[in-house]
Write a protein that binds this ligand. Structure first.
Ligand code: BG6
Length: 302
């Protein structure tokens, strides 16, 4: 059995011999589906009204945030960019795949596929180019092995002018019911509570529950600390990071979801939780020729 790759003008899907699969839309290089358990379990929440034609960022899956997280600060070089930057609004190039297949029976867990996507200054719309006039190159690699999805971003300053950027994987994880969902691994971590006037708080809960609109930037996690999403006390996802120290926990809840035209069904906020690994509480400063690399590793636990 071999890794199967199918692609058309708008997306690429890779399927492992086990049946696990991942689909990446070229618009935004947005992962729109990730199935584990041999293809039986969808791990990402995607709005039924998500717009996939490139006219608007995708509501669900894993949109990419670059070079700014949230509304750009007015006193920063990103100030004229849209919220979360242009990566999720741009059409990326599919650079190719690499696969490794296990030799024999019984080792199917070793099968893997990596899909690479690229975005550079030359791919940007004229307005984005003007709004952020730097020469950059992004390589985004999506790696699927049995039950694990790794997303890896390399940012390179291809010019001579230094620039500052932020990077984040805006992952909408699918849950059965947010009422039975907890998040652990955040205890004693400092966070900015964007729902509560951007006040700084320290997490005191071993298991964080969500009971209303939630928008928090947890900062400076230890590199090895995993964020674990549990349902009814049992682990559902383990989210690890490489060189990314911040984790955003977001759920719009009823009222905000109700106000989003592309959010459906309206009570869909009960079936999702965004756990977003990134480097967003400060800026990564890259001199000409410098690179920054960061990754998120999500394990789907059965
Ligand atoms: C989160 C931010 O990462 O993304 C929230 O912390 C924001 O503040 C959310 O509301 C969704 O953003 P958007 O632009 O996709 O609606």
């Amino acid at each position: 059995p071999q890794v199967d790759i199918s692609s058309d003008n708008s997306s690429v899907t890779a399927t492992l011999p086990s049946g696990d699969s991942v689909t990446v839309l070229l618009f935004g290089a947005t992962v729109t589906s990730w199935k584990s358990a041999g293809g039986k379990k969808e791990n990402l929440w995607l709005s039924e009204k998500a717009i996939l034609d490139g006219s608007k960022p995708v509501r669900g899956g894993i949109p990419l945030v670059f070079p700014v997280f949230g509304p750009p600060p007015s006193d920063h070089a990103t100030s004229s960019l849209p919220q979360h930057g242009f990566a999720r609004n741009s059409r990326w190039e599919f650079l190719g795949k690499s696969t490794s297949e296990s030799a024999g029976k019984g080792s199917a867990g070793d099968d893997s596929v990596t899909l690479d996507f690229g975005l550079g200054s030359s791919n940007l719309s004229d307005s984005a180019k003007q709004a952020w006039p730097f020469n950059f190159g992004l390589v985004y690699s999506v790696t699927l092995v049995k039950d694990v999805l790794t997303t890896n971003m390399t940012v390179r300053n291809e010019g001579t002018k230094p620039f500052e950027c932020q990077v984040l994987f805006h992952s909408y994880l699918k849950v059965d019911d947010i009422a039975n969902t907890t998040v652990s691994g955040l205890d004693s971590i400092e966070y900015v509570d964007k729902v509560n006037g951007a006040s700084t708080q320290t997490e005191t809960n071993k298991a964080v529950t969500l009971t209303g609109e939630t928008d928090r930037v947890y900062k400076a996690l230890k590199p090895e600390a995993k964020v674990v999403v549990k349902e009814n006390g049992k682990p559902l996802y383990e989210v690890g990071r490489d060189n990314l120290d911040d984790v955003v926990v977001w759920n719009p809840w009823a009222e905000k979801a109700g106000g989003m035209g592309d959010f459906a069904p309206k009570d869909g906020y009960k079936q999702m939780i965004c756990i977003e690994s990134g480097a967003v509480s400060g800026w990564q400063k890259l001199d000409g020729g410098d690179s920054f690399e960061g990754a998120q590793i999500i394990k789907s636990v059965l």
